[in-house]
Design a protein around this ligand. Sequence first.
Ligand code: NAP
Length: 299
Amino acid sequence: MPTPDTPGTRRPGGSAVFAGRTVSRIGYGAMQLTRLENDPDQAITLLRRAVELGIDHVDTAQFYGNGFVNELIREALRREDEVLVVSKIGADADPGGAVHLRLAQRPEELRASVEDNLKSLGLEQIAVMNLRRPDDRPGLRGEGDQAVDLDDQLAAMTAMRDEGKIGAIGLSHITLDGLRRAIPAGIVCVQNAYSLLDRRDEELLSLCLAEGIAWVPFFPLGGAVPGLPKVTEDPAVRAAAETLERSPSQVGLAWLLHHAPNVLPIPGTAGVEHLESNVAAGSIHLDDAVMATLDARRG
Ligand SMILES: NC(=O)c1ccc[n+]([C@@H]2O[C@H](COP(=O)([O-])OP(=O)(O)OC[C@H]3O[C@@H](n4cnc5c(N)ncnc54)[C@H](OP(=O)(O)O)[C@@H]3O)[C@@H](O)[C@H]2O)c1
C-alpha cells in the first residue's frame, strides 16, 4: 500500500493509502497531549508543527482527557490541512476511576460515543473510527453487560457508516479470530500494541498486509507507562543508534517503517523536539545487516 510521493509533497516516512486517502506513513498519536492540560497553547503549537512537518493523520479519542484532546484538535486543525482524524470508541472517560477509563461497549454506548466525538471535534463525520475491543492486552476486560458480541458491534458500526457519521471502521485490541470475523464488514485499520520489542501480533500484521489493511500500532516506542519494555532502552537499538548517529527512538520507528509496508506508526509525544525527531525517523535507511540485528530482538 505505500504509494509514490506526489512530486513537491513531503510526507514523513513516505506515503501510504489509509481509508482510501494517501497519507504520510508517520502519523501522530495525540494521547500524550493529556499531559498538557495546563498548557493548551503548547499543545496547539505542537499540533500545528505536526501539520507543518507533513503529518496528515492523527489518532485521538474522546476519552483522552474527557474531551480535552479532541477539543485541542478541533481548535488546531483546519479543514484545508486535510488531516485524517482517527478516533476510537468502546470506552468512556472515568475521571474518578482507578484507570480513568471504563468500557462502553454496548451498541447504544458506541453510538453515544460517536456523537460525543462529532461534537468535541466539531465534525460532521469522523473519517475513521476504531472500535476498541476488550479482547487483547493491555487493559480493561469485558465482563457482564460489557461482554458484547463483536457481530452486534459491527452491525452498529456499519449502520453509523451507512448514515455517514463515520467514514470507515477500524479495530483496536482485536484478536486474530476477531479480525477474521470482522473483515467482511470492511476494516481499514487495526490498532494493537506493537513495537520492535512487542511482536506478539505478527500474524495479525501479516493478515492485515494481505488484506490491504493499515497496521497503526499503539505503543510504537513501548508507551509512556512504566512496566512495558521501552524500545529506547534496548541494547541492540542503542548500539544501532550510535553507529547510525541517530537516536534510539528514531531507530525504533525506522524499524517499524522498514518491517512491513502497511505499518503506519503514530508515536505519541508532548514535546515539539521529540515530534521533530520522530518525523525525521522517516528518512532513515536501515541496511539488511542492521535490520537482521534488530529483527532478532523479538518480543
Ligand atoms: N488503541 C488504544 O487502546 C491505544 C492505547 C494507547 C495509545 N494509543 C494511541 O497510540 C499513540 C502512541 O502510543 P503512546 O503515546 O502511548 O506510546 P509511544 O508512542 O510508544 O511512546 C510515548 C512515549 O515515548 C516518549 N517519546 C516520544 N517520542 C520520543 C523521542 N523522540 N525521544 C524520546 N522519547 C520519546 C514520550 O515522551 P515525551 O512526551 O516526553 O516525548 C512518551 O513517554 C497514543 O498517543 C495514542 O494516540 C492507542
